[in-house]
Design a protein around this ligand. Structure first.
Ligand code: ARG
Length: 601
């Protein structure tokens, strides 16, 4: 609202369209530099020096605007400051009225805001996507955190969101896994902890297979006839088992499905701790063979793929001119033995999803290690004649997590990480015995704080940056960490408990009493929240929200000495509590958007 008001005002002054002004206005990094800032060159007015333009426009700015002071000018930057009283008296009641929907702008996602019957825009967010029987590694963790956030964000903005988990659950390695289970499987262990048990089997059988391969190779070199050995090798057995699966052998399929179902059940428990649920567990196994064959034929007919030593490849250099064609390389889409590949499955799956969901947008949250894969995927969809679909797809990538280790050594299961961090938080909590005894369920709180530590650390930088997993830093209560954010939230909750005021008390508070700079500054930040959400819909960076939330916690913590609630005279107490309560609402909303569970104590 503030930005819109200012755009209109500036449009009157400059004669420039609001469509140009609105996006050129941005919120400042810190309040002492104003609230909104405008670089004069962004309005693209020719013929005069930007510095002069800024000065002229500032002079023309009305003395008595309802919301803004006359701007200040530094070089060609115009800085606008909101007026304290109006911002306080509009923003706090708005937050009281809309609660956690403040800033959600639910109309934003509608196809036609004036006609809700046309339905909301639909977005698919594909994220997490681990490979069953293999470790849920840092890449999957990041995809889970970032994807969960992107899904929440769109829901908040009014989109119809479909969350899809595309499991790695098909291929020869699952034949090998079934063999391992026949040999060493343990029903009890499988039911108790399928992810771990399957992984142990996977490691064991792979080690065995490697040793066997070396053996065969050695004998071969010694001149022995190894035909029989090879025909009976684990590799060959796995291939045969997987062949049974693709031929839809009921027994083989049933076994594989059991592994898959148990793994999903286990994943779901972990996702629940992260406040995540999926609408669909898709996966490589779910792609229809017929559909793949069909699109395979189509690619061949349209000259997108061609034969190369018995396999089918896409030679992008022949299809896409210039550098781009070279960059896209030469992926295989069908192996010599006829099996489809990761890329082939993705092509079919994408088209099937469009058919099924008619999405307006689809986001793949996958590590940047797969940048090329997704570029190839989108390009092939375009070459197949579906440019309209390709433009709706977006790859949201992210960097690596370095230096992650758990007490188990090299394998990094998500559950282990979360347990380690929760233990650490629990130890910290115990150090303050007095407070510790006030927490109702310390284990659960430690768990929540642990999860917050991991998530906040992950979301602190830009997605694309690598970061180093640092247990000590992320569990600290000092600095911009998850525990600090939770502390800030709980502290406001505790003021409210001690003030012992009702919602009616707060609604009837005399907000004109909030004149101190500290109070006004908190409200100035609250006024930025709706725009922060809109900006984040463009950046799709969790850090955009996180940075905002930390600004808020800093403003709050520096205000407590100046804005005492308990102990102040009753009217003042009501007004200040109304202020803190509004901050509490926005802080909680932001945290939940990030996927965190705000704690009250
Ligand atoms: N399962 C894959 C992996 O762990 C990620 C899947 C990404 N999504 C996709 N549609 N290819 O690397």
């Amino acid at each position: 609202f503030y930005r819109a008001h200012l755009s209109n005002l500036l449009s009157d002054i400059t004669g420039v369209d609001t469509k140009i002004i609105y996006p050129a206005l941005s919120w400042t990094q810190s309040l002492d530099k104003g609230d909104l800032i405008l670089p004069a060159p962004a309005l693209r007015v020719k013929g005069q020096k930007p510095d002069d333009l800024a000065k002229q426009w500032a002079e023309k700015f009305p003395e008595n605007d309802l919301l803004f002071e006359k701007p200040t000018v530094v070089n060609y930057f115009m800085a606008f400051y909101v007026k304290g009283a109006p911002v306080v008296e509009t923003v706090i009641p708005l937050i009281q009225k809309h609660g956690k929907d403040f800033g959600s702008n639910k109309l934003n996602g509608l196809r036609d805001p004036t006609d809700p019957s046309k339905g909301r825009k639909r977005i698919i967010v594909e994220f997490s996507s681990p490979n069953i029987a293999k470790p849920f590694h840092a890449g999957h963790l990041r995809s889970t955190i970032i994807g969960g956030f992107i899904a929440n964000l769109h829901e908040f903005a009014g989109w119809d969101v479909i969350r899809i988990n595309y499991l790695g659950d098909w291929g020869k390695q699952y034949g090998l896994l079934a063999l391992a289970f026949e040999k060493y499987g343990d029903e009890e262990a499988l039911n108790k902890d399928p992810i771990n048990h399957l992984f142990q089997l996977y490691v064991r059988i792979n080690a065995e297979m490697t040793a066997e391969k070396e053996q065969i190779e050695k004998r071969k070199q010694d001149g022995e006839d190894v035909t029989e050995l090879e025909a009976d090798s684990l590799d060959e057995q796995a291939r045969r088992y997987f062949k049974k699966m693709t031929d839809r052998d009921p027994e083989a399929l049933a076994q594989w499905k059991r592994f898959r179902d148990l793994s999903i059940k286990r994943y779901q428990a972990t996702y629940a701790r992260l406040n995540i649920r999926f609408d669909e567990y898709s996966g490589e196994s779910q792609v229809s063979e017929e559909a793949m064959e069909k699109v395979g034929r189509e690619m061949l007919e349209k000259g997108i793929s061609k034969e190369d030593k018995g396999a089918l490849i896409v030679d992008f250099q022949e299809l896409v001119p210039g550098k781009e064609g070279k960059r896209l390389e030469k992926p295989i889409v069908r192996k010599r033995d006829g099996t489809a590949l990761y890329l082939t499955r993705d092509i079919s799956e994408l088209l099937a999803r469009h058919e099924k969901y008619q999405f307006d947008q689809m986001i793949y949250v996958v590590a940047s290690a797969q940048d090329l894969h997704l570029r190839q995927l989108f390009k092939i969809i375009e070459l197949l004649g579906h440019k309209d679909i390709a433009v709706k797809c977006q790859h949201i990538n992210f960097g690596l997590v370095l230096g992650m280790s758990t007490r188990k050594g090299t394998v990094k299961f998500l559950d282990d990480i979360l347990r380690d961090v929760a233990d650490k938080m629990h130890e910290t909590m115990k150090k303050n015995e007095d407070k510790y005894n006030q927490v109702e369920n310390p284990e659960a709180t430690a768990d929540t704080l642990g999860i917050s530590s991991v998530m906040v650390q992950d979301m602190t930088g830009k997605r694309i940056n690598n970061y180093t997993f640092n247990m000590d830093a992320m569990t600290s209560f000092e600095g911009d960490t998850g525990p600090y954010l939770q502390y800030a939230h709980a502290r406001v909750s505790s003021i409210r408990r001690r003030a012992n005021l009702s919602d009616e008390d707060l609604a009837s508070a005399d907000l004109s009493l909030l004149t101190e700079a500290h109070a006004v500054n908190i409200v100035r930040l609250l006024a930025q929240w709706p725009d922060t959400v809109q900006t984040t819909l463009r950046t799709l960076e969790p850090t955009t929200v996180l940075t905002y939330l930390f600004k808020m916690t800093h403003a709050l913590s520096s205000s407590y000495d100046h804005l005492q609630v308990v102990g102040s005279e009753r009217e003042l107490m009501k007004a200040r509590m109304a202020l803190y309560d509004a901050a509490h609402t926005v802080l909680g909303t932001g945290m939940r958007l990030l996927g965190l569970s705000p704690v009250e104590r």
